[in-house]
Design a protein around this ligand. Sequence first.
Ligand code: ZN
Length: 108
Amino acid sequence: MLPEEQMALRKIRRVRRWFWISVLGYVPLFWLGKQLMRSDLIITLIMIVWVIGVVHATARVAFSACPRCNNYFHATTGTPSFWNLFARACTHCGLPLRASRVVYPSME
Ligand SMILES: [Zn+2]
């Protein structure tokens, strides 16, 4: 695997991690906001920032390009998608997300 591919796959893993952090951060963020600041305005501002963060993270996941085939990593069609978020490999060329899982035909 080329070093550029490894760097791009590392970036895809990082983007997916941030997606999950932003989605799962909803409960602790709002619990903290509600406990620390009893103002509805502050809670509303936190909610707006959270929604913007989730939309941004989702867009980054959806537009992640495979370093090998240059198609969208999570999309089965040509349209960006995040529905295959648990995909362990590119949905087009099968490039695995983890470099340790690459098996070259000559090594079998
Ligand atoms: Zn690919």
